[in-house]
Design a protein around this ligand. Structure first.
Ligand code: URA
Length: 269
């Protein structure tokens, strides 16, 4: 933009009555619950780094997390909305990003958190890394838009709302939403769970180590009476930045394809 154009834009803002800069961060104040009215000096940056404001009953051994009482995905969605109604992550987000794909799919993909495009559309993995994710799975014959169970995918994230500034989710945020993700998996009951990146892998499998160390191996995922095969793999956003790692991703995808074959062919071939 030319200097004169910038100057004209500024003048236009002033004419419109926008004469004060309040924040570095965009924040949807219409979503602000009354009890969370901001003190004047509290900026959206402060909101985004603050912790969940609510009754923390999670240390009570008798406490059963409300997520585990949900019997359907609809109930779970409502439960997340209600339970997280005071969660500060919601303030800067437009839409909840719950899931996409076929619920009866054998394969469930779990990412980290929505980004800007996902926030706008309310659908997981629709931005640049989503395009790569789709291409990766298409290469082994799987697609979120396929309606056949054997060829479809079901996709979600650990966090249902976009963190401000596209930052990585904090440990507190992951801990807050983990019971909901566990119940999401439990209700969908896929045979195979693919965990994209370190955050999803470490928290859902309880394993330590960087993603490049833990990727490509099968782990048992167990929750109550349900069991599945889980594999950590490289996150497409990481692959976009580190293209020479794509060959490891291809190895993982081939392992996934073999596992699907084993599970679907009667001889286990
Ligand atoms: N990255 C993720 O982990 N999830 C999305 O939905 C988009 C980008």
């Amino acid at each position: 933009m030319m200097h004169s154009e910038l100057y004209a834009a500024l003048e236009w803002y002033i004419d419109m009555g926008i004469d004060e800069c309040t924040d570095e961060y965009a924040c949807n104040r219409l979503l602000l619950p009354l009890e969370l009215q901001l003190p004047k000096q509290m900026t959206c940056k402060a909101i985004s780094s603050a912790k969940y404001v609510g009754n923390d009953r999670h240390h009570d051994s008798q406490f059963v997390h409300p997520a585990f009482s949900c019997n359907t995905l609809e109930e779970l969605k409502i439960c997340i909305e209600q339970h997280a109604s005071k969660h500060l992550l919601r303030l800067g987000a437009r839409n909840m990003v719950f899931a996409d794909g076929l619920v009866s799919s054998k394969v469930m993909v779990i990412g980290e958190a929505p980004g800007r495009d996902e926030d706008i559309q309310g659908i997981p993995f629709v931005g640049k890394s989503g395009k790569l994710l789709d291409a990766m799975f298409n290469a082994i014959g799987l697609s979120r838009s396929d309606h056949q169970v054997e060829k479809s995918l079901y996709i979600t994230n650990i966090l249902p709302w976009k963190p401000p500034d596209n930052r990585a989710p904090s440990t507190d945020e992951v801990a807050f939403f983990l019971p909901f993700v566990r119940q999401h998996i439990y209700l969908v009951k896929p045979q195979i769970i693919l965990l994209m990146g370190g955050t999803a892998s470490q928290h859902l499998l309880g394993i330590k180590g960087g993603i490049t160390k833990i990727r490509g191996k099968w782990y048992d995922y167990k929750d109550r009476d349900y069991k599945a095969f889980a594999m950590p793999s490289l996150h497409p956003a990481y692959l976009l930045r580190t293209t020479d790692m794509k060959r490891y991703s291809w190895i993982d995808l081939q392992r996934i394809q073999r596992k699907i074959l084993e599970l679907t062919s009667p001889s286990g071939a």
